[in-house]
Design a protein around this ligand. Structure first.
Ligand SMILES: [Ca+2]
Ligand SMILES: [Ca+2]
Ligand SMILES: [Ca+2]
Length: 258
C-alpha cells in the first residue's frame, strides 16, 4: 500500500513568517539603481548685479537612500574666480533624485573661497560643472552649463541726460535702449558698448558719441562669435513727437559681427 505525499504541517506562526518574508522580497527594490546620465540646469542664462545663481541637478541614481534627502556637489567658476567654489545641492525630498542649491554672485568682495562667486561688472562668464559618477553606461561624465553675468546691464528708456563714462565701460546692452525725445546721451572716448542678441540703440533725442583717434568709441556684439543681424544696430528716429533727433559720431567703430 503506497503512502500518499503530503505537505508538512506548518503552524500558523510559521505560515505568517513565510508570508511576510515573501512580501518583503517582492517589495524591496533592486538594491542597484539603474545608472542615468544626470542633467544640469540654471535658473537663468543671464545674471545681473545682486542676483543669486540657482542650480539644479536631476540624477536618479544619486538618490542613494530612498528614506532620506541625499546631497551632491557641483563646482562653479567665473572668469575672474577660476579656483572653483563648491556648491552643495540637496535633494528636494527623500526620493526625488532632484537636487537644488545656490550661490550668491559678488561684485564687491575680494576673490577667495568664501562661499560666494566673485564676478566683474564688466561682464563675466559663469561656468557650472557637475561630475556625474555614472552616466547611462555607468561611466563618469562631466556636464557643464554656462551663463553670462552682465552686471548693471543697460536696457529700456533713458529719460534724463546721461553720460556713459570710460570708467564704467564696457556697457552691456541686454534690451533695446531708447534715448527719449529731448534727452541727451553722451558717450565718452574709450567707451565700449556691447549689444546682446536682438538689442539695439534707438535715438529719439540726441546722441553724442565723440571719441578720439587714440580712444575711439566701440559698438560691438556681446557674443565672441556672431553673424550679421545678431544685434539691431543704432537707429536714428528722424522725426518724433519731441522733435528731430541729432546724432554725432566721431572716431567710432561699429562692429556688425565678430
Ligand atoms: Ca534620497
Ligand atoms: Ca569666492
Ligand atoms: Ca548619474
Amino acid at each position: 500500500m503506497g503512502r500518499a505525499f503530503s505537505l508538512p504541517k506548518l503552524s500558523l506562526k510559521a505560515c505568517l513568517a513565510i508570508a511576510i518574508i515573501a512580501c518583503l522580497v517582492l517589495l524591496i527594490p533592486n538594491s542597484t539603481l539603474a545608472n542615468v546620465t544626470g542633467t544640469l540646469s540654471l535658473d537663468k542664462s543671464i545674471y545681473r548685479s545682486g542676483e543669486t545663481l540657482y542650480i539644479q541637478v536631476t540624477d536618479i541614481d544619486e538618490n542613494k537612500d530612498s528614506t532620506a534627502k541625499d546631497s551632491l556637489s557641483v563646482s562653479v567658476t567665473s572668469a575672474i574666480e577660476s579656483q572653483a567654489e563648491t556648491v552643495t545641492l540637496t535633494e528636494t525630498d527623500v526620493s526625488t533624485g532632484v537636487f537644488q542649491g545656490s550661490i550668491a554672485l559678488d561684485e564687491q568682495g575680494s576673490i577667495g573661497a568664501d562661499g560666494k562667486l566673485q564676478v566683474t561688472f564688466a561682464g563675466d562668464k559663469i561656468t557650472v560643472t557637475y561630475k556625474d559618477l555614472a552616466d547611462d553606461w555607468g561611466n563618469p561624465k562631466t556636464i557643464v552649463k554656462t551663463a553670462d553675468f552682465v552686471g548693471k546691464a543697460i536696457g529700456g528708456g533713458i529719460s534724463t541726460d546721461t553720460t556713459w563714462t570710460e570708467a564704467n565701460s564696457p556697457y552691456i546692452v541686454t534690451d533695446d535702449v531708447f534715448v527719449n525725445p529731448g534727452v541727451l546721451l553722451s558717450i565718452e572716448p574709450g567707451v565700449e558698448v556691447k549689444f546682446m542678441a536682438g538689442s539695439g540703440l534707438f535715438v529719439h533725442g540726441t546722441l553724442n558719441a565723440v571719441g578720439t583717434s587714440s580712444k575711439p568709441i566701440r559698438f560691438a556684439p556681446y557674443a565672441e562669435s556672431s553673424a550679421p543681424g545678431y544685434w539691431d544696430g543704432i537707429k536714428i528716429i528722424r522725426k518724433t513727437a519731441g522733435g528731430d533727433s541729432n546724432i554725432t559720431f566721431e572716431y567710432c567703430i561699429i562692429c556688425i559681427c565678430t
